[in-house]
Write a protein that binds this ligand. Structure first.
Ligand code: ASP
Ligand code: MG
Length: 440
């Protein structure tokens, strides 16, 4: 296959990685050596999405909107005319929400999408000035199609494939480097829809899958993927290679390196994701098919969470009790983070925002005298992730298990609900015995 028709390499730059255009340019140039086609995906620059969310939370606060608009303009020095038009468009959107009621989710998504649009024009402008034929591409216009779940939408692959391939091939065929906005697409009903916080990783993996790429590189500022949060475990160290399944668990259990949906398109299309540090490009984590015999362990923690205990006499003998609990919680919009059960005891780990509703809707299950509903107990959910983690059960340190409120495990993730105040001690103890101290 000639370099011309080879599937492109997708390079995604996160907000912090866009701090300075020079290393971004260097990375793109290096990737294009030998004529390899490259597609760039960008998220908004650092802090911009937060500023836009703040504006949406204060829809009528005109003075705040002016400040935010100015700050976002200052976040993009050297913006050329097409980028300025995106700033003006943001100004118009802000005025629009000032005059109305609280913005609905599609309107918020339209506002949020301006961060990526401005970033794509800003970066393309800098790249062009340096002689690289960059072409900004807005993903909703391109035809990256999503469902209608505004704020947390999913990409609809069958609908996106033809337009995304057609649009990007056209730019690539003319020798250009598309700079595509991450984080959002166009919903089935034709409106802007965002993919959830950190969604540019997911967009980049999806675009790679749609183009038939073999590799998508997620360029981040500092980190590759580490064995723990370095703020909690000072001797946490990089993990060179993860299986798709391990990476998926890591993203779900609170390692904030990847958007949780990123792995799915990669696994389905057998493409390799590389998480690379911009500051030290030798630091990278590769995510691909698992390899027998490889042993990875990473420790994550989710918090603050609440644990609620429901004790129903007869418990599981009562047909449909778990389904009944689940239905009540779903009706109340309560998200269950984790569930531990024995025959008469059900322990639910919840996000604190859902606790009051959960207690209210479960109360009527406890009409029987012997039934109990207790909580909330403040807990953290500490998880050990790695293929074959059940082999480590005999090495769990007493320090980690003491006082635990529940435990659940699959062959690749073992979670303990521990009292909130013991979290750091538990994470460190697990890291010491299952990962091992010291840098390699
Ligand atoms: N800009 C969006 C966010 O801050 C998407 C991303 O960074 O991937 O969540
Ligand atoms: Mg980001």
């Amino acid at each position: 296959m000639s370099a011309r028709t080879a599937p492109p390499l997708v390079l995604k730059f996160g907000g912090a990685a866009l701090a300075d255009p020079a290393p971004v340019l260097a990375r793109i140039r290096a990737a294009r050596r030998g004529g390899r086609p490259v597609v760039v995906v960008v998220s908004a620059r650092a802090r911009v999405t937060d500023r836009l969310l703040e504006a949406a939370r204060h829809p009528a606060d005109r003075a705040r909107h002016r400040r935010i608009l100015r700050a976002i303009e200052e976040d993009h020095p050297g913006l050329l005319e097409p980028g300025r038009r995106q700033i003006e468009r943001l100004g118009r959107l802000l005025r629009e929400i000032e005059s109305g009621a609280s913005p609905d989710p599609p309107t918020i998504d339209r506002l949020l999408s301006q961060g990526e649009r401005i970033a794509a024009h800003w970066l393309a402008g800098h790249l062009r000035r340096a002689g690289l034929p960059a072409v900004p591409v807005e993903s909703d216009h391109l035809g990256l199609i999503t469902d209608n779940a505004y704020g947390a939408s999913c990409i609809v692959f069958e609908r996106s494939r033809a337009p995304v391939r057609r649009g990007l091939s056209r730019v690539l065929a003319s020798g250009g480097v598309p700079v595509v906005t991450g984080f959002f697409g166009r919903s089935l009903e034709g409106r802007v829809a965002t993919l959830g916080r950190g969604g540019s990783d997911y967009a980049a993996a999806a675009i790679g899958a749609l183009l038939g790429s073999r590799r998508v590189e997620l360029v981040k500022r500092q980190v590759a993927v580490l064995t723990a949060d370095p703020r909690e475990v000072p001797d946490a160290r990089p993990i060179p290679a993860l299986s798709y399944e391990e990476a998926e668990e890591l993203a779900q259990f609170g390692a904030r390196v990847l958007h949780p949906l990123t792995i799915e398109p990669a696994r389905a299309h057998r493409l390799v994701l590389t998480v690379r540090s911009l500051d030290d490009p030798r630091r990278a984590t590769t995510i691909g098919p698992g390899r027998p015999g490889r042993r990875n362990r990473a420790i994550t923690s989710l918090r603050p969470l609440h644990l609620v205990r429901l004790r129903v006499p007869g418990g599981r003998q009562r047909p449909g009790i778990v389904a009944d609990v689940a239905r009540r919680l779903r009706t109340g919009g309560v998200n269950v983070v984790q569930l531990f059960t024995s025959s008469a005891l059900l322990c639910l780990v919840l996000e604190p925002g859902g606790t009051a509703t959960a207690l209210r809707t479960l109360r009527s299950l406890t009409t029987d005298d012997a039934a109990v509903l207790e909580g909330p107990v403040p807990v953290a959910l500490v998880t050990v992730i790695g293929d074959g983690v059940l082999d480590d059960l005999d090495r769990l340190p007493a320090e980690a298990v003491r006082g635990a409120e529940g435990l659940s495990a699959t062959p690749r993730a073992l979670s303990l609900a521990v009292p909130a105040r013991r979290r750091t001690r538990v994470v460190r103890a697990l890291h010491r015995s299952l990962v091992g101290g010291g840098r390699r």
